[in-house]
Structures are given as C-alpha cells and as structure tokens.
Design a protein around this ligand. Structure first.
Ligand SMILES: Nc1ncnc2c1ncn2[C@@H]1O[C@H](COP(=O)(O)OP(=O)(O)OP(=O)(O)O)[C@@H](O)[C@H]1O
Length: 311
C-alpha cells in the first residue's frame, strides 16, 4: 500500500460563532514538497493550519496528517510534526537558547541545538530574553523550535513575516534544505514572491475557499500569458472593463484594480497593446502608463478574486 500524503484536508468547515472561516476546503500536500497556502489576511490560512496541527477540531470534514487524525491520534502524531506558530510561542522571560534546549529535551532524537541556532541565524542572541528579541529573531527562534525534534512534516505560519531581506533569504534556503532532507514543509504566506520561489505546490485560498491549486508554473501557465497594466490620469468612465474586453476579444480578461488602473491578461502582444491604446483614444481616456509584462501569481490572484494579495 502506498504511504498516505503528508496532509489531506477534505471538505473542511471551520466557524467562529456565526463566521465561516474555512468553507468546504479540500487540499492535499504530497510528501517531500514545500507547499504554500497563499491568501490575503483573513483568508483562513492560520485556521486551516491550526486544524492540521490538532489545535482545533474540524466542525465538518476531515483532516489527516501522515494518515493520522491530528486530534484523536495526537500522541502518535505530535512527535512526527513540527509547528512554528505565528508570533513565536515562547514565554516572554526565557532566554532563546534555554527555550531551545528545553524543547530539545522533550524529543527523543533532537538536532544539535548549537548547530541549529547557528543555522537559523540565532547566533549572538542566544542569551537574550524572548521579549527583547526583534520580530525577525523571534521568528528564527520559532523556526528552530519547530525543527529541533526532526519532524517529518513542518507547519510554518508566515515564516518570514517581520524579517529583513537577508534573513528572509536565509530562511528560504533553510526550508529548501529541509525539503532536500525529505521533510515536508507546509507554509502559509501572503508574499507572492515567497510562494513563487519556494513552493512546489501552491494552494490559493480566499474567504476560506480554495480558488486555485498547482505548481507556480501551472498557475502562471508557463509564462505564455502576458499582462498589460493600464494606469490612467483620471478615473475610468463607467463600464470600462467590459467595453475594453469587447474591444480586445474573447481570450482576454480585464480586471479593474482601482479607479485609476486596469489589468489586462491573456495571450497579449504588441497588437493588443495597440488596441488598448486605440480604446483609450476612442473613450477619452488619457494613459499615464501602459506596460506589457509576464503574468505572475499576483495577477492570477487578482483575476481569481478581483483583489490584491498584498496586505
Ligand atoms: N479566534 C477567533 N475568533 C473569531 N474570529 C476569528 C478567530 N480567529 C480567526 N478569526 C476570523 O476567521 C477568519 C480567518 O482567519 P485566519 O486567521 O484563519 O486567516 P489568515 O488567512 O491566517 O489571516 P492572516 O494572514 O491575517 O493571518 C478571519 O475573518 C478572522 O477574523
């Protein structure tokens, strides 16, 4: 029999009082991958992760991690997973290395804590109390705490939030190294670049629902699709997206980003650019800029939800 996937979520519904935070969500995370759950603030990413980690019980649907029920099989599952919580999850007065040593002792075969501290870049702040660590250092400690028990699956919630660009790159390299060692990494992020660079598989969620899944390449369709961004000097006349779409033809999508900009997506080329320019002239619209580019995940998200991904 083949081994179960790292994570399988099937028809998950999660509610806070009357609010539906996760709405019939189904997704699979294959082993030995980096999988990103991507979505804007409030999309339901943390709630989904916390359910996989066994901190919340599904209101409906099922969740399995390494084939186990995170709540009912908690004792068997917990030694096999690592969890990096949003906001660190350490006591405020404890020193970074004390905390790491303490957690290491709870595991049967922990990693060497000094090596791990060095690797995540905790280096010279090991004696600093948790509350005095910078946001980025708290994140690094959180990551070390998640990894010290040699987990098979590691859940990391917004691993690079609050990190400077260099620390972010170090963290990306570390997560890639983990995948190389056979660990499955499940991360949430609202950084499109993070998902695009790191993930083998991306699940985009919005309002608790899955809106798209695939590899970064699948989702951006191999770069054969281009975008045109049109920014204008005065608000568009009413009905502009529909009128522009009619002018450009069937295969082209037009999304209004805000009152002064539109995004055109599809098999666009120089002739499409010329048509957009002509449409502007015919409709008394004065372009401030008109740029042709490759479609990226941010554009995919915009098309799917009509909203920007970045907070
Ligand atoms: N404890 C709670 N009580 C009530 N509502 C909650 C609670 N936790 C989350 N929510 C709501 O559920 C929805 C999903 O929240 P969740 O934190 O899962 O989203 P998220 O995608 O992780 O967002 P973020 O990127 O901001 O962390 C949001 O509308 C949020 O306000």
């Amino acid at each position: 029999m083949s081994e179960p996937p790292a994570v399988s979520v099937d028809g998950l519904v999660m509610r806070y009082a009357d609010k539906v935070a996760v709405d019939e969500l189904s997704l699979t995370v294959e082993r030995h991958t980096i999988t990103a759950v991507l979505g804007p603030n409030g999309a339901g990413k943390t709630t989904t992760l916390e359910t996989c980690e066994g901190y919340r019980k599904p209101h409906r649907g099922t969740v399995r991690v390494l084939g186990l029920d995170p709540v009912a099989d908690r004792r068997d599952l917990h030694p096999r997973i690592g969890v990096m919580l949003q906001g660190g999850g350490a006591w405020s007065g404890v020193r970074a290395m004390e905390m790491l040593r303490h957690v290491a002792k709870l595991h049967a075969h922990p990693l060497d804590v000094d090596m791990l501290a060095e690797r995540v870049g905790l280096g010279d702040c090991g004696r600093t109390p948790y509350r005095r660590l910078s946001g980025g250092q708290q994140q690094r400690l959180g990551l070390a705490l998640a990894l010290v028990g040699r987990p098979e699956v590691v859940f990391v919630d917004e691993p690079t939030a609050g990190m400077d660009p260099q620390a972010r790159r170090t963290t990306w390299a570390l997560l890639q190294e983990l995948r190389g060692d056979g660990v499955t990494v499940v991360l949430t992020t609202h950084y499109m670049e993070e998902a695009e660079r790191l993930a083998d598989q991306i699940h985009i969620i919005d309002h608790g629902r899955l809106v798209a899944s695939g590899s970064p390449l699948d989702l951006t369709r191999g770069g054969s699709v281009t975008t045109i961004r049109l920014v204008v000097t005065r608000p568009f006349p009413p009905g502009s997206p529909a009128s522009l779409r009619t002018a450009l033809g069937e295969a082209i999508e037009v999304v209004q980003l805000d009152e002064l900009s539109l995004l055109v997506t599809g098999p666009a080329d120089a002739s499409t650019l010329a048509k957009v320019s002509r449409w502007c002239e015919d409709n008394g619209v004065l372009p401030e800029s008109l740029t042709l580019g490759q479609r990226n995940l941010e554009d995919v998200f915009l098309e799917l939800t009509g909203r920007e991904l970045a907070p």
